[in-house]
Design a protein around this ligand. Sequence first.
Ligand code: AMP
Ligand code: MN
Ligand code: MN
Length: 329
Amino acid sequence: MPLTTEQDQVVEELRQADKLLLTTHENPDGDALGSLLAMHWTLEQLGKDSLMFMSPDEFPLPWEYREWTFEGLVGHPPADVEGRTVVFLDCGNIDRMPVDFLQEQGIHIVNIDHHHDNTRFGTVNLVEPDASCTAEIVWRLAHELGAEVTPPIADALYVGLVTDTGRFMYENTTSEAHRMAADLIERGVEPHVVYRRLFEDLPFRRLQLLQRALASLARLDSGTLTLAHLRKGDFEETGALETDAEGIVDHLRAVEGTSVAVLVRELLADDRAGKRKVSLRATDGRVDVSRVARELGGGGHPQAAGFTTSLPYPQLVEALREQVGRQLS
Ligand code: AMP
Ligand code: MN
Ligand code: MN
């Protein structure tokens, strides 16, 4: 397919840039980390000076990504940041990277993403809502730049693809997503090995956290809203980390009659006391959960969205019921 103007512009930006700084969104998921690494290794292969930035607060990363090492990662602004092209990957909104130095005037930003509600905060924006994942955009760019998609790059891209499509289950699982999977498998990806790494060999505390979430299960409004709530004590008593909650909301999606599945979890950091992270998943075409999330201070995709809130729990539940009820009526 011929390149769009936006694609062409970003390919040119990446060809011209000698020094880059890549970053993604806070609480990075598989697509964020996979896109970051794949882009970094692609640029290095092309002889560029590439660095990655993530806040030291993000570590340890979710257990799924334990085998990745991040050489070329900085946890502070490099002195020459103004001389670097800053590439955001999988970040719909600059507030999802709450770091002052990346929000200053004069920073040249290339924004590569697939969130339909991306605020186009970049100097140059490549926003493709039809892409299954940001990794799919990076995959196309790598080919376009003439880079070789090596086994490590293919692995990183495949992780982004598998995690953002919910293992090829969600509505974003297109024929192009499968073509990408086929290409990556031809380049050395072994799906069963990746699956085992991402979804099996689980630390027991993860199952204990899931057990607690399931014990808290509530079905509201005739079951259209299926909701679980994890409190600070659930994490403390099981030894689970915040990142161990990843994936739990997918268990709630599967219940008959559910239109929206919600996982609410209390944040553990002292400076975020009283705050909760809310993950939303829609299984009913009538509901766009990104609208619910935006209404409450976050964002995301029509079928998967999230936000962080200081609302007390009862008010939060009422707000969710009202927002979802409005879309269903
Ligand atoms: P999560 O519930 O964290 O798995 O996130 C699901 C989707 O919602 C992802 O596409 C995220 O990028 C998006 N998302 C989660 N939290 C936020 C937020 N605070 N602001 C904007 N988008 C979010
Ligand atoms: Mn993401
Ligand atoms: Mn994504």
